[in-house]
Design a protein around this ligand. Sequence first.
Ligand SMILES: Nc1ncnc2c1ncn2[C@@H]1O[C@H](COP(=O)(O)OP(=O)(O)O)[C@@H](O)[C@H]1O
Ligand SMILES: [Mg+2]
Length: 257
Amino acid sequence: MTAPAAIRFSSVTRRYGRRVVLDDISLELAPGARLGLIGPAAAGKSVICKLACGLEPVDGGTIDILGTRVTGRREAELGGLRRRIGMLFQNYALFDFLTVAENVAFPLEQRGELTAAEIAVRVTDRLRAVGLAGSEGKLTAELSGGMKKRVGIARATVIDAEFVIYDEPSAGLDPVTTQKIYDLLDADQQRTRATVLAVSSDVTALATFVDEIAFLYRGKIVYRGPAATIADAPDPLVRQFVRGDLEGPLDEKMAAT
Ligand SMILES: Nc1ncnc2c1ncn2[C@@H]1O[C@H](COP(=O)(O)OP(=O)(O)O)[C@@H](O)[C@H]1O
Ligand SMILES: [Mg+2]
């Protein structure tokens, strides 16, 4: 018997008002696979991330996460599943009334498996890994955007989740920090063998981390192929987007974003 997909979207549609953001999308990730997701601004990449951890309802289709059908379930039924997923939100979603250490400790405390002392060790280790040793007691309001991103990454990886979702892990970071972050995410995945869904506008750095890249455009996944050769993808839309060419089949409005 083959293992069930870590994540499966079947004909998923998501609308906001009259705008159809995701239009009949099907997407599957095998356990341990690493998929990058790219596309123009407002294409729906963050919506896919939220759906992939069961945080948004759908208007059509079904979603299975780690073998559990989440569509149609009530919020209260999804807590246990969410504790197996690590998520870095694009807007950080840190608790501003908690310290850095308390934010990172949060998912471990939710799981309730470790003692306070064990949690403290894990938290310190994660903060060191993201280059934030010594920032344990800071409040998130004191942090720069890049530091918040790294706290978010520490929090997303602290539980050794089976499935991790990184929404723009390198946005706003300089190129050296970006590569360090991807190296860290890579080392982490090698250790945990987690399934990865990663969204990034930095396609070159993303391609060093994931095996495959999918391109989201006008509500559809119009392409999915190997990350290493994404700049030479057979689809001219993808090539134009990745290379940043001004001329090509991309919507003018979208090429400009
Ligand atoms: N909760 C929401 N309510 C209304 N519109 C939303 C909501 N979340 C996302 N959208 C809309 O869906 C589209 C896709 O958003 P998003 O997934 O954030 O794009 P991106 O690909 O840049 O991550 C945008 O037009 C956005 O305004
Ligand atoms: Mg987004």
